[in-house]
Ligand binder design. Structure first.
Ligand SMILES: *Cc1c(COP(=O)(O)O)cnc(C)c1O
Length: 403
C-alpha cells in the first residue's frame, strides 16, 4: 500500500516534468540585487543581471536595511520563542505596527509571519455564514485560501470586470448577505495590471460593501510616497483593509501585515489563527522592515520610485520596438508573452546563458496557453542593465522565432 503511495508521488512528478512545468530552484551565492552570482548546473558560478526579483526599490541587498536588521538582532536577540500573546510582543513589533499603519494611513496594523498568513487569517474572524465575499478571479492564491477558510458565501468576478463585479454585488444583496466584502489584489502579480480601485470603491459605496486590498505588489512604490494602489487611484482613504508584505519592495526580508481600523485589528489579535498559533516576527526582520519604510516614505523613496518607473518605461519601449508582445501598463512587472510553456522555459534558459536571469511562468501559476517570461524592474537597475536585457531578449527571440 505504502509503496503505491510513493509510486503515485513519483508519477505526479514525472507528469509535471513531461509537461515542461517543473520549477527548478537555482542557487544564488551572493546578496540579492540587480547583479547576482548564480551557481550553474556544472557547479560554476557566474555573475548575471537579475530581472525576476520583487526588489522594486532595490532595498533587499541595501546596506542600510541589512545593518538595521543586524542591529535589531543585537538589541533584541534572534527571536521570541513565543507567539505574540504569551511572551512574544517586543517593543520593536509595536514600533513596526505603528510605522506601517502610519505610512499607509490607517489607525492600526497587525503583523503576521507572511502576507500569505495575513490573507489566510483576515477573513475568517471578520465574516460569518450570513456574509459574502466578492473576489476577483485573478486574486493571489493566499486570498483564495483565506476565503476558503471563512464561512462567508463566495462570489467571483472576472479580473477587473466592473460590470460583473456589480452583478455579483447585486446577487449577494439579493441572496440576503448581511456584510459584503470585495477582495482584490491592488496589482495583479502575473500581469502587472493595477486594480480599478476608484470604480471598486464607488461600487462598494453603492452596495454598502467593504473593500479589502492585497497590496503586496504595490506597497512602497505605487502612488504618492509609495503608499500603494489605493494612493495610485486616489482612494486610499476609502479602503477598509489592506494586507501587505515586507518581503517585496519594503526590504525583501519577509513578514506580512493587515492595516485597518483599530477595532478590526483588535479582533484579529484575538481571533486570527495564523497570528495566535505562530511565532512572532524575528527582530532582524522588524529592524530591516522599519529601515525600509523610513527610506521608502521619504525623499530618497521619491528618487527610487522615479528611477524604477523610468527603468520600466525604458524596458517597455525597447522590447516593443524589438517586436515582443508585452502586456500593457505602467507597473514594473512587465510580462513578455510567449504562450507555450516549453518555449518560455527554453527562452529563460537561453537568456541565462547570455547573463540575464529571468524566469518562465506557466500553468498552474498562469492559465494554460498563456506562458510568459515575467520581468520585473528595480530601482537598483541602471539604464545599461535594461539595454543589455533588451538586446539579449532580441537575440534569443530571433533565435527561437519569437520575433
Ligand atoms: C507575494 C504575495 C503574497 C505573499 O506574500 P508573502 O509575504 O511572501 O507571504 C500575497 N499576496 C500577493 C498578491 C503577493 O504577490
Amino acid at each position: 500500500m505504502r509503496q503505491a503511495f510513493y509510486e503515485r508521488v513519483r508519477g505526479e512528478l514525472a507528469s509535471i516534468e513531461e509537461q515542461g512545468l517543473t520549477k527548478p530552484e537555482r542557487v544564488i551565492v551572493s546578496r540579492q540585487g540587480p547583479e547576482i552570482q548564480v551557481r550553474g548546473a556544472d557547479g560554476h558560478e557566474k555573475v548575471v543581471l537579475n530581472f525576476c526579483a520583487n526588489n522594486y526599490l532595490g532595498l533587499a541587498g541595501d546596506e542600510r536595511v541589512t545593518q538595521a536588521g543586524v542591529e535589531a538582532s543585537e538589541r533584541w536577540g534572534a527571536g521570541t520563542a513565543s507567539v505574540r500573546f504569551i511572551c512574544g510582543t517586543l517593543g520593536i513589533h509595536k514600533e513596526l505596527e505603528a510605522a506601517i499603519s502610519a505610512y499607509l494611513g490607517f489607525e492600526d496594523a497587525i503583523l503576521f509571519a507572511a502576507a500569505f498568513d495575513a490573507n489566510g487569517g483576515v477573513f475568517e474572524p471578520l465574516l460569518g455564514e450570513d456574509d459574502a465575499i466578492v473576489s476577483d478571479s485573478l486574486n493571489h492564491a493566499s486570498i483564495i485560501d483565506g476565503v476558503r477558510l471563512c464561512k462567508a458565501k463566495r462570489y467571483r468576478f472576472a479580473n477587473s470586470d466592473m460590470d460583473e463585479l456589480e452583478s455579483q454585488l447585486k446577487q449577494a444583496r439579493a441572496d440576503g448577505a448581511k456584510q459584503i466584502m470585495i477582495a482584490t489584489d491592488g496589482a495583479f502579480s502575473m500581469d502587472g495590471y493595477i486594480a480599478k480601485l476608484k470604480d471598486i470603491c464607488d461600487l462598494a459605496d453603492k452596495y454598502e460593501a467593504l473593500v479589502m486590498v492585497d497590496d503586496c505588489h504595490a506597497t512602497g512604490f505605487l502612488g504618492p510616497q509609495g503608499r500603494g494602489s489605493g494612493a495610485w487611484n486616489g482612494v486610499q482613504d476609502r479602503i477598509d483593509i489592506i494586507t501587505g508584505t515586507f518581503g517585496k519592495a519594503l526590504g525583501g526580508a519577509m513578514g506580512g501585515f493587515v492595516c485597518a481600523k483599530k477595532e478590526v485589528v483588535d479582533l484579529l489579535r484575538q481571533r486570527a489563527r495564523p497570528y495566535l498559533f505562530s511565532n512572532a516576527l524575528a527582530p532582524s526582520v522588524c529592524g530591516s522592515s522599519l529601515e525600509a519604510i523610513r527610506i521608502a516614505s521619504g525623499e530618497t523613496g521619491d528618487g527610487l520610485r522615479a528611477k524604477l518607473f523610468a527603468n520600466a518605461e525604458r524596458f517597455r519601449t525597447g522590447m516593443s520596438q524589438a517586436g515582443f508582445k508585452l502586456l500593457p501598463g505602467e507597473h514594473p512587472i512587465i510580462p513578455v508573452m510567449l504562450g507555450d510553456a516549453k518555449l518560455a522555459g527554453a527562452m529563460a534558459s537561453k537568456m541565462l546563458d547570455k547573463g540575464i536571469y529571468v524566469i518562465g511562468f506557466s500553468f498552474p501559476v498562469v492559465p494554460r496557453g498563456l506562458a510568459r517570461i515575467r520581468t520585473q524592474m528595480s530601482a537598483a537597475h541602471e539604464s545599461g542593465h535594461i539595454d543589455r536585457a533588451v538586446s539579449a531578449f532580441t537575440e534569443v527571440g530571433r533565435e527561437l522565432g519569437v520575433i
